[in-house]
Ligand binder design. Sequence first.
Ligand code: AAT
Length: 296
Amino acid sequence: EKIIDGMQYGFVPNRHLWYFEYYTPGNCGIFMKMNKHLYSAQSKYQRIDIFETDFFGRVFSLDGITMTTEKDDFFYHEMLVHVPMFMHPNPKKVLVIGGGDGGSVREVLKHKSVEKVIMCEIDEMVVEAAKKYLPVTASKLDDPRVELVFEDGSQFVRNFKNEFDVIIIDSTDPTAGEGGHLFTEDFYKACFDALKENGTLSAESEDWLYDGAWLRLAYSRIKKVFPVTKLYLGFMPTYPSGMWGYTFASKGIDPIKDFDPEKVKNFGEELKYYNEEIHKAAFALPTFLKKELENL
Ligand code: AAT
């Protein structure tokens, strides 16, 4: 009888490379077996890597921190994008800040009402690499409705007043590269001003377990600026703790009271994670987190 060994799972000692990501503050993390390194470069802002894995498909990392894998990019991008998009009555003009891999833009364009999306990504090399090596995620970056801008999003948003229906903050961690600019109260205020009256916003807000300080900071700063601010959660297998935080904010629209499940049911475009039940459930928070946020 054949002894079950690692070979059956494609595990051949010493015939592959490993990718390790250390979670804040460095006590544990995630590792993945790499088949092939497709791209590695140092831009003005950060180290960019794209590699192939059997299990996760292609993986995109910045400064050694996982941004996207082909296996679960939809968990994150659908939750970040569809919550504010479905809450807006008629989103036509959308601003994505960060999000250079294109996953957020791909989800925004599933909404038929959208006429224009501006994506403001600080690092042009990320977009070039994504177009070349991440076809699943970057699939809509060449769509005629998309305008790409390569600037610091925290400055760019200041050029607009009363302009956008939805703003999506798809930023890196505040401690990575230029991500910190996208976590300041000043920046959130500029987003408020750039949004129209029915404006809705979502912001990548880190995880509670490893990056709780940043989660609380993002939430409390957004809350100072927007009359409606609600944290919501989603699973995200390849991000720290697997339980990812997002902040919804608006000038008045409430993500539970004003939610119309029929709109989601009749959407017509394929979604793999987000649905009308997930929308409502995502705003239900565990007791410890609810208590923490009440005190902010
Ligand atoms: N959708 C992929 C997920 C990301 S990528 C975030 C992007 O934000 C990066 O491409 C980065 O270059 C860009 N970025 C960082 N700072 C700025 C800035 N100031 N202005 C514009 N773009 C910026 C995020 C994943 C979250 C990580 C989870 N651990």
